[in-house]
Design a protein around this ligand. Structure first.
Ligand code: AMP
Ligand code: MN
Ligand code: MN
Ligand code: MN
Length: 277
């Protein structure tokens, strides 16, 4: 089987559309050989994904995508090849669940002020036992006819500066990196070009990331064009970071992103999976 790896995707344990088993089944259909399930701030989907992966002969890498704060801005850090059962790691995740629930309550209150009631009940139901995310709020806003598209929900209500946005203190970046490292994993900066940082802020971020034990950076993501891959590769080389590839797949409804459908990692970049042992 030809090696085909995807180190970033979501199930319905956070804001994905598929259950962990459905996700693995889809990955198998796409001939993916190695996959990391990286739900937002939770590892609850990993056990189900693991047994599905065994059935399909796929290698499941235990992962997570942590929400972190650095300089009052939110950055996502993928933890790959973690031991999810490491107790301090689960303690940290418990904190993030509380932060997410508190934020959701505040977002719902803001929506109520705008004449949109009952958001908390709806997103709690949608998320089930999983993490509540802005994607759930976007779904609710589309379902209620308040907006026509998911993008519209972010543009009109949920994005930074919009009426339902709640500025949130996530786990500090360095703290999240240490949880991942202590759990035996590799910390990877997710989608580095999506934060719209200037080059000098991105350099500052990467300096801090590396100084606190960050080892990888996503060089290829689901919607990258060649220019973005070149830019991310430049930073990977400059900061001597290992390169990762991950689709950030959420739902089959998005035709632009598919599990494992990724440009190859450029030859001059060291693959982060070399660190998995
Ligand atoms: P949260 O972590 O709760 O703030 O939710 C962030 C999630 O919302 C991201 O992981 C994306 O899946 C989704 N998201 C963020 N911005 C957009 C957008 N403009 N359009 C659609 N989905 C988005
Ligand atoms: Mn998401
Ligand atoms: Mn992300
Ligand atoms: Mn993601």
């Amino acid at each position: 089987m030809t090696f085909k790896i995807d180190l970033h995707c979501h199930s319905l344990v956070s804001d994905g559309a598929l259950s962990p088993s459905q996700l693995i089944e889809r990955a198998a259909g796409q001939l993916v050989t190695d996959i990391a399930l990286t739900d937002h701030d939770t590892t609850d989907g990993l056990a189900e994904a693991k047994s599905a992966a065994q059935q399909h002969g796929i290698n499941l890498i235990h992962g997570i995508e942590l929400s972190t704060s650095w300089n009052n801005k939110c950055f996502h850090v993928v933890g790959a090849n973690i031991d999810p059962d490491f107790p301090p790691f689960q303690e940290g995740i418990k904190e993030l669940r509380k932060i997410r629930n508190d934020r959701a309550e505040k977002m719902a209150a803001k929506l109520a002020k705008k004449g949109i009631p009952d958001a908390m009940t709806a997103v709690t139901k949608k998320a089930g036992l999983g993490m509540i995310t802005r994607t759930h709020f976007a779904d609710f806003l589309v379902g209620g006819g308040y907006v026509t598209t998911m993008q519209g929900a972010f543009d009109q209500y949920l994005a930074k500066g919009k009426p339902a946005f709640v500025s949130t203190r996530w786990t500090e970046l360095e703290c999240a990196i240490s949880w991942i490292t202590e759990a035996g994993g590799v910390a990877i900066l997710a989608h580095p070009l999506r934060y719209k940082l200037t080059a000098s802020w991105l350099r500052r971020l990467l300096t801090a990331f590396k100084a606190t034990g960050g080892l990888g950076i996503e060089v290829v993501t689901g919607r990258n064009n060649p220019d973005e891959i070149r830019k991310a590769s430049y930073f990977a080389e400059k900061f001597e970071l290992y390169g990762s590839v991950g689709s950030d797949f959420h739902s089959p409804k998005n035709p632009w992103v598919e599990l494992g459908r990724l440009a190859p990692l450029p030859n001059n970049i060291k693959p982060v999976w070399e660190l998995f042992g």
